[in-house]
Design a protein around this ligand. Structure first.
Ligand code: ARG
Length: 461
């Protein structure tokens, strides 16, 4: 059955079937429905307040819209590509339900400002949910950090063992990264939270509307200042996707470390069976697929950001149909991020860290060499000279298979007269960690304080 288009007045011929299929967005923009209805209800109430529609008309419109929302929630709403998008679907259903009055809803409004509003409402909600999920991940990290305040591990640079650190310190590095992500989304929200409705197609409207009133009803602190910008702008969605991309990058770094740590080569963690998979061919395998997928998801999130940036590049003002391509990247990023953030906290909780393996790795590889050089510095040796001296001791130890703390004092004094009997104690793993008391360092006192600070940030008692 062919139905008349909203623009039917000017058109003689019907739309080609392929064009309807090609231009339709209903298969993905139907998720905007609750926001579209919320926006329409606010718009209708404003039209009443401004004397453009009567109370009876608005009552009918609002009741109709609320019924449609219920139909959608019950899964009874039927879609048809001929009706293009969610806005036209809801309007058509409203007219079906309440008759011609339904046609008054679109007064002083265009789909151009309407769709911009819907996407902002959708993102506002998504940002809230994502920020809560990041918070849960941070909570899981802080909980592990608390358990492992006494666990020593090798800290790495260049993926080479560098200096001993506390596992808690390493985990709290991720706490900081995810805190920046939460802050970034909160900042992005200030740009999302601007009301575009009332811009009309692009130039505003001749009717006496009250945009501030709509902003108040929908809880927008700001009204878009320029109607052309209001319908053309998708910066807020770009910022959102950029925030998702950075977050996905952080997740992928964590996932990569978990993947490495689960390998026999590291052996720093044991993956819980519930969060690992086996091989269909190799009976011995236990694979970190969840971590690997969490690492891999960054690719598609970056893709979403690039897709939207590319849609916007060189796009003339104001609204262009290209902008319909904003939604799928945004939805896919939201789904991907939310799914990933769902699975990570329970996995972290279930991971078994292996402190003895971490400690053994920290004890091998001269991770206390810097401390031995700094020992000499405390005895007045210039750091460059101390570095050179310890370098030569390390070279000798590599040949003899000794650790620095095992080199007899007599031998040490052959390299420098500044060495004394207190050397082994000075370069023990614990001593190396506890002396790192510079702000932000890995001493257990500072890390304990950082845990308290983190809990304060998360408002955990
Ligand atoms: N489906 C469209 C979108 O997502 C809605 C706006 C259409 N506006 C128009 N003038 N064709 O952007």
């Amino acid at each position: 059955m062919k139905r008349k288009k909203p623009w039917g007045g000017r058109f003689e011929a019907e739309t080609h079937g392929q064009v309807e299929a090609f231009t339709a967005s209903i298969h993905f923009d139907q998720r905007l429905a609750p926001h579209d209805i919320a926006g329409s209800i606010a718009h209708a109430r404003m039209l009443q307040k401004c004397g453009i529609l009567s109370k009876a008309e608005v009552d009918a419109i609002v009741a109709g819209l609320e019924e449609i929302l219920k139909e959608i929630e019950r899964g009874e709403f039927r879609t048809d590509p001929a009706l293009e998008d969610i806005h036209m679907h809801i309007e058509r259903r409203l007219v079906e339900k309440i008759g011609d009055i339904g046609g008054k809803l679109h007064t002083a409004r265009s789909r151009n400002d309407q769709v911009a509003l819907d996407l902002r409402l959708y993102l506002r909600e998504a940002i809230g949910k994502i920020r809560d999920q990041i918070r849960s991940l941070q909570e899981a990290l802080v909980a592990e950090a608390e358990v492992h305040l006494g666990t020593v591990m090798p800290g790495y640079t260049h993926l080479q063992r560098a200096q001993p650190i506390l596992l808690a310190h390493h985990l709290l590095a991720y706490f900081e990264m995810f805190q920046r992500d939460r802050d970034r989304f909160a900042d992005c929200l200030t740009r999302v939270n601007v009301l575009p409705l009332g811009a009309g197609a692009l130039a505003g409207t001749t009717l006496p509307i009250d945009r501030a009133y709509v902003a108040k009803l929908l809880n927008f602190p700001k009204v878009a200042a320029n109607s052309v910008d209001a319908v053309a702008d998708r910066d807020f969605a770009v910022e959102f996707l950029a925030g998702c991309a950075v977050l996905a990058m952080h997740v992928s770094r964590l996932a990569e470390e978990l993947t490495l740590w689960a390998s026999a080569e590291f052996g720093f963690i044991e993956l819980p069976d519930a969060f690992a998979t086996g091989s269909s061919m190799m009976p011995q395998k236990k694979n970190p697929d969840v971590a690997e997928l969490a690492r891999g998801k960054a690719g598609r999130v970056y893709g979403s950001l690039l897709a939207l940036l590319t849609v916007l590049k060189g796009l003339p003002l104001s609204y262009n149909r290209d902008l319909q391509e904003d939604k799928e990247p945004v939805f896919d990023a939201v789904d991907t991020i939310r799914q990933t953030l769902d699975v990570l906290p329970p996995m972290l909780k279930a991971i078994k860290f292996r402190p003895e393996r971490m400690r053994a790795a920290a004890a091998e590889g001269f991770l206390n060499a810097t401390d031995l050089a700094e020992y000499l510095v405390t005895k007045g040796v210039p750091f460059r000279e101390a570095h050179e001296t310890v370098g030569r001791i390390v070279r000798e130890c590599l040949e003899s298979g000794q650790r620095l703390e095992d080199v007899p004092l007599q031998r040490l004094r052959h390299f420098s007269r500044a060495f004394d009997a207190d050397v082994p104690k000075y370069i023990s793993l614990e001593a190396c960690i506890e002396r790192r008391r510079s702000a932000g360092g890995t001493s257990s006192r500072l890390v304990g304080e950082a845990i308290r600070q983190a809990k304060k940030t998360l408002r955990i008692p």
